[in-house]
Design a protein around this ligand. Structure first.
Ligand code: SAH
Length: 257
């Protein structure tokens, strides 16, 4: 019995074995510990769990898919649950790679969770809807460059690997898909307050048409020490290093004046 696709779970099952294999082979082997998000009927899983060198786990939210996986891959360790609620430290004591043809409705949340757990996740290979993949892989100066591009590229080298046509899925999604790979770089910490960095990036892009000078008013901090050359630009033009400079230049406004 096949699993009937459930739209609300973002289920689009990949039909093309060759693409499934290509995705599984895109992991570089930086760590033997691997977590697949949303295995569904196991089209990727098959290639991953066939590799005895991997310590392989999967998390799937859909009861019917989990039952299917138990039937077809009895030795597979599949957790029934929501990746977004999963306590990653409980599952792995060692760094682990994340892979999946991800549920597109929670792509950004998956990526924010990767960002938060960046020191335990050396590598991500994932299929996203094409626009999301492009946004994550975008470089400064491009229209698609956004919050996730800056936050993730501060800690990961990001590659756009290949585009995938909608007809290789059942049911076909409305949009094209693409596979990207993130590999952790050597930056262990940014030379600034990282929480404030994330806040500056978010505020900058929330009003992406405004110059930083205007967008940063929402930050409610003293921006007089931020170089003019940065304040006169828009968030989409700035590099990670520029955002670090801004973060280090803003100051609390004293309240007891
Ligand atoms: N990897 C399979 C299925 C992709 S569809 C394939 O390529 O064919 C996305 C899968 O993610 C579905 O099986 C869906 O049930 C699962 N999923 C959706 N939300 C999830 C969540 N929050 N946590 C874990 N799995 C989830």
């Amino acid at each position: 019995m096949e699993v009937r696709a459930k739209k609300y779970l973002g289920q689009h099952f990949l039909k093309d074995e060759h693409i499934a294999q290509q995705i599984a082979e895109s992991l570089t082997g930086s760590t033997p510990h691997v977590l697949e998000i949303g295995p569904g009927m196991g089209v990727l899983t098959k290639y991953l769990q066939a590799n005895p060198a991997l310590d392989f786990h999967a998390i799937e939210i859909d009861t019917e898919s989990v039952a299917y996986l138990h039937d077809h891959y009895p030795s597979l360790h599949v957790i029934e649950g929501d990746f977004l609620k999963l306590d990653l430290r409980e599952l792995f004591s060692e760094p682990f790679a994340v892979i999946g043809n991800f549920p597109y409705n929670i792509s950004s949340q998956i990526l924010f969770k990767v960002y938060e757990n960046r020191n335990s996740i050396p590598e991500v290979v994932g299929m996203f809807q094409k626009e999301v993949a492009e946004r994550v892989a975008a470089k400064p100066g491009s229209k698609t460059y956004g919050i996730l591009s800056v936050l993730l590229s501060a800690f990961y080298d990001i590659e756009y690997l290949f585009t995938v046509h909608e007809h290789v899925f059942n049911p076909p999604p409305k949009v094209k898909s693409a596979v990207i790979r993130l590999q952790r770089n050597h930056v262990s910490a940014l030379p600034c307050d990282e929480a404030l960095f994330a806040k500056v990036v978010k505020i900058g892009f929330n009003q992406r048409r405004k110059t930083l000078r205007n967008a940063l008013k929402q930050l409610n901090m003293d921006i007089s020490a931020v170089p003019d050359g940065l304040l006169s630009q828009r968030a989409e033009q700035l590099t990670v290093a520029d955002f670090v400079t801004i973060t280090n230049s803003v100051k609390e406004i004293p309240t007891n004046q």
